[in-house]
Design a binder for this molecule. Structure first.
Ligand code: C2E
Ligand code: CA
Ligand code: CA
Length: 589
């Protein structure tokens, strides 16, 4: 037996240098009593020491050199030494030098045949007449120690409900496989039995037993289909199997077919919830991927599978990179919102087409991530909207914009500032009252604020959203429907919305120049919206031609790079001072 393998087996058990434990101490106490020995120990043979997992009457460890326990490990058999001082193998060793005379030890041997150390009893007096029964009793005690070690070891490796090996065992097995078959290809298949949302619902209505039954039946089907591969339980309703490699596209199809079959079977057995199974597949080479990383990939693939038609998906690094970035951005945004001054507002002026003067400015968020640099709001705002961050983000925008508005007012500027709000904000019961309170706090008139929202806000909680908008309007705050034309825009419902302005999305405005179809579309939007009493603002105006066209079609105001890019608050003052209304092109020429 190679010593390195033995040491690895010992260390894998995670016993060395752990705290004392009653279930082991019970055995050493019994040994002392049984043998009337002042000293007893469960002694593990480490590289250079004997370390005692449990001990009576001695210190925590002794050197391995000339230790009788080390000899037990070497010979893997019972050793009885009547007098250590009279045995050349041990005289001069730590024990003999410290007054120990008698030693008896039985090997602690694993199922795999590794001897970890010795179950031993010691005495300060020599014992010249050791009996055969003593050896047998010592062996029994050693067996009890091993049973306890195995029990403790398996506890962390077996799922108590399903009896299947768990995530720890999975990691260990993958590592073992890598030693035997380095660099061979394998496939990890993760079965996520139930959609987490549906599981939560079922638990709520039916209680946790519904999951037990589902898992029991699903496992039966899975085991049949996957044997001889082992199944591991890696989550409440998630199981993984490692299959042989070389799964090309046709095998992928085979897996899908298997899965479909499984679903049909489940449906026939009345397991409707099994319809929610998602299968994630991750191909890997043994020893080239950390088991935790492998499991993460399989989970990621299973999550993607939830969105796919077949319910089966393969791990895709590109998709994964997107998720990783999104995850990082959300974490970074949470941090940014605690006030590290990464988030700022820039202001883009709008110009009234009748007077040619600036009549307001839209506040737009800017985020400089400490590592990733500038992040576009078009990327991070939609992410924030999926989390609880939508609320503090908009609160920050409203607060900053109103503070700026108050500052402009002190400088004699009567600008109306627009802020963009998300659907999630308008679905907050207290959103409107919060905005009204912020106006008061900053001493800003309601007529100096405009709230922009998109039609998407009206899809889910329509009643609640309309209530908030109604409150804002009643308080005298202007409301604008943003990105008009990109959603489900229909004039028939416009009247129900408490808004006074529509902003035509830049995608239409930018096409005006080259498409007569878009020209007539925009003309009609402006005409109809005006007839319904809306102000119409066009965003994304980049050229003089488009500007003139919009002025002719009676659009109310424009915003875009032709007028100005979004500017830091301080620069906006300078811009305003320099701004010269654009005359009509014919007179300018
Ligand atoms: P949006 O509300 O439609 O804002 C207009 C976007 O068009 C802004 O992009 C603006 O910089 C850009 N833009 C303005 N004039 C022109 C032009 O002439 N040509 C072109 N090509 N683009 C122009 P930005 O600042 O990157 O914002 C993108 C989107 O992010 C915004 O679209 C808005 O939906 C969202 N957003 C920005 N700030 C906030 C915020 O504070 N809260 C929320 N909820 N959303 C925000
Ligand atoms: Ca906007
Ligand atoms: Ca837009």
């Amino acid at each position: 037996m190679v010593e390195a393998d033995r040491l690895r087996a010992l260390r894998d058990l995670n016993l060395l240098d752990t705290s004392p434990c009653e279930s082991f101490d019970r055995i050493t106490r019994m040994a002392s009593l049984l043998f009337s020995a002042p000293i007893s120990a469960i002694s593990l043979t480490d590289e250079n020491r004997q370390w005692f997992k449990s001990r009576v009457g001695c210190g925590p460890e002794i050197p391995r050199y000339k230790a009788p326990c080390a000899e037990v490990t070497r010979i893997a058999d019972v050793l009885v030494v009547p007098d250590l001082t009279k045995d050349c193998r041990f005289e001069g060793g730590y024990l003999a030098d410290n007054g120990i005379r008698f030693y008896a030890g039985a090997p602690l041997t694993t199922r795999d045949g590794f001897t970890l150390g010795s179950m031993c009893v010691l005495d300060t007096k020599p014992r010249m007449s050791a009996k055969v029964e003593d050896a047998a009793a010592l062996k029994d005690l050693a067996a009890m120690v091993m049973a306890q070690i195995e029990l403790q070891h398996s506890l962390g490796r077996i799922d108590p409900a399903s009896g299947l090996p768990n995530r720890n065992q999975f990691a260990e097995d993958v590592e073992d496989m890598a030693l035997d078959y380095p660099h061979e290809e394998r496939v990890a298949v993760l079965f996520d039995l139930v959609d987490p949302a549906r599981l939560a619902q079922a638990m709520r209505v039916l209680g946790p037993r519904c999951l037990d039954e589902l898992i029991h039946n699903a496992l039966k089907a899975l085991k049949q289909r996957l044997s001889p591969a082992a199944l591991y339980q890696v989550g409440a309703s998630q199981f993984v199997a490692i299959l042989a490699g070389h799964h090309d596209e046709s095998d992928h199809g085979l897996l899908v077919a298997q899965f479909e079959h499984l679903k049909r079977e489940a449906a026939a057995a009345g397991l409707a919830a099994m319809a929610g199974v998602a299968i994630g597949i991750a191909t890997f080479r043994l020893g080239e991927m950390d088991p935790a990383e492998l499991l993460r990939s399989a989970h990621a693939a299973a999550q993607d599978a939830r969105q796919s038609e077949t319910g089966v998906s393969r791990y895709c690094p590109a998709t994964n990179a997107v998720h990783e970035r999104n995850f990082e951005l959300i974490a970074g945004l949470r941090e940014a919102l605690t006030g590290a001054e990464q988030l700022t507002l820039v202001y883009q002026p709008t110009v009234n087409l009748r007077s040619g003067e600036c009549d307001g400015a839209e506040a737009l968020l800017r985020w400089r991530h400490p590592v990733l640099g500038d992040i576009s709001p078009a990327e991070f705002v939609p992410l924030a909207e999926q989390t609880e961050l939508a609320k503090p983000l908009t609160a920050l925008v409203v607060d900053t914009a109103l503070k700026q508005s108050a500052a402009w007012h002190r400088e004699g500027l009567q600008l109306r500032v627009s802020v963009n709000v998300s659907a999630a904000n308008l679905e907050e019961e207290t959103f409107a009252s919060g905005v009204i309170a912020a106006l008061r706090r900053h001493g800003v008139l309601p007529s100096r604020l405009k709230v922009e929202f998109t039609e998407s806000a009206l899809i889910t909680q329509r009643a609640l959203v309309l209530k908030n908008l109604g409150k804002l309007r009643d308080a005298g705050i202007s409301c604008a429907i943003d990105d008009f034309g990109t959603g489900y825009s229909s004039f028939s419902y416009l009247q129900d919305i408490p808004a006074d302005t529509i902003k035509i999305d830049k995608s239409f405005i930018q096409r005006i120049e080259h498409s007569s179809r878009d020209r007539s579309l925009v003309t009609n939007i402006i005409k109809m919206a005006s007839e319904l009493g809306f102000r119409v603002v066009a965003e994304g105006v980049e050229t003089r031609k488009v500007y003139d066209f919009l002025r002719e079609t009676q659009c109310s105001a424009v915003q875009g790079y032709l007028i100005s890019r979004p500017l830091p608050a301080d620069d906006l003052m300078g811009w305003l001072a320099a701004w010269q209304p654009l005359g009509s092109q014919t007179s300018a020429a």
